[in-house]
Design a protein around this ligand. Structure first.
Ligand code: DGP
Ligand code: NA
Ligand code: NA
Length: 212
C-alpha cells in the first residue's frame, strides 16, 4: 500500500483573528506528536513574484488590480509542484491564507465579480479543511489597530468578510467556522483536534482540485 498522504489545511479569517499564531502552533504540535507538517504562508514573499507582492502591499509599488490578482494567484501556483510532492510524501501542509483570501480581497474591490476572481485559482490543490477564524469587528479592534499595509482599513475589511461569507456557501468545500475570541490555548486545542481528525480521514483519499 502506498503511504498515507498529508492533509492540506487552509487557515482563513479576518485580520487579527490569530491565523499566523495558530498556524505556527498547529505545525509545532503536529510535529511534536510525530507527524510531518510544514507551514506555508500566502502571499509567499520570498520569490520574485512574492517580492513584487510585498512591495505592492507595503504601498511601495502600484500594480493594476486585475494584474495583481493574477500575480497573487501565480504566487500560489508557483508553489504547487512542491506542495503536491510534500503531500504525496505524507507531509501535512498548513497554509496561512489561500485562494479564498485571493477571491475575497479582489472581489471586495469595485467592479470585480466573484466568478472572474475564482478563475485563475481553479484547479489548485483543494484544501481538505478550511478553518475560518471568526472574530467580530469589535473584538478585532480590541486587539489593536490595523497595520499600515494596503487593504488594512475597516470599510474594505467588511467587504472582504462579505465575500468570504459568499464563498462559504459552497458545500463542496469543507469549511469549519471557529470562534477566534477564545484564548490562544483553547483555540489551539480545538484546531489541533479538527486537524488530526481530517488528517486521518483523508490519508488514503486522493487530493482534490479546487473549484473543479
Ligand atoms: P498577511 O501576510 O496574511 O497579512 O496578508 C497580506 C495581505 O494580502 C492581507 O491584507 C491579505 C492580502 N492577500 C492575501 N492573499 C491575497 C490575494 O490572493 N489577493 C489579494 N488581492 N490580496 C491578498
Ligand atoms: Na485584491
Ligand atoms: Na496583514
Amino acid at each position: 500500500m502506498a503511504g498515507a498522504r498529508g492533509a492540506l489545511i487552509a487557515l482563513e479569517g479576518v485580520d487579527r483573528a490569530g491565523k499566523s499564531t495558530q498556524g505556527r502552533r498547529l505545525v509545532e504540535a503536529l510535529r511534536a506528536g510525530g507527524h510531518r507538517a510544514d507551514l506555508l504562508r500566502f502571499p509567499e514573499r520570498t520569490t520574485e513574484i512574492g517580492r513584487l507582492l510585498g512591495a505592492y502591499l507595503a504601498g511601495e509599488k502600484d500594480v493594476e488590480d486585475h494584474a495583481v490578482h493574477l500575480l497573487f494567484s501565480a504566487n500560489r501556483w508557483e508553489h504547487v509542484p512542491s506542495m503536491k510532492e510534500k503531500l504525496r510524501q505524507g507531509v501535512t501542509l498548513v497554509v496561512d491564507r489561500y485562494a479564498f483570501s485571493g477571491v475575497a480581497f479582489t472581489s471586495a474591490k469595485e467592479n470585480f465579480c466573484v466568478d472572474w476572481c475564482k478563475q485563475p485559482d481553479i484547479g489548485l490543490p483543494k484544501p481538505d479543511l478550511i478553518l475560518f477564524l471568526q472574530l467580530s469587528p469589535e473584538e478585532a479592534a480590541a486587539r489593536g489597530d490595523f497595520g499600515s499595509e494596503r487593504y488594512e482599513n475597516s470599510l474594505f475589511q467588511e467587504k472582504v468578510l462579505k465575500s468570504f461569507y459568499h464563498l462559504m456557501k459552497d458545500k463542496t468545500l469543507n469549511w469549519k467556522m471557529i470562534d477566534a475570541s477564545k484564548s490562544i490555548e483553547d483555540l489551539h486545542r480545538e484546531i489541533k483536534s479538527i486537524a488530526e481528525e481530517t488528517m486521518l480521514e483523508v490519508q488514503n483519499k486522493p487530493l482534490g482540485e479546487l473549484w473543479k
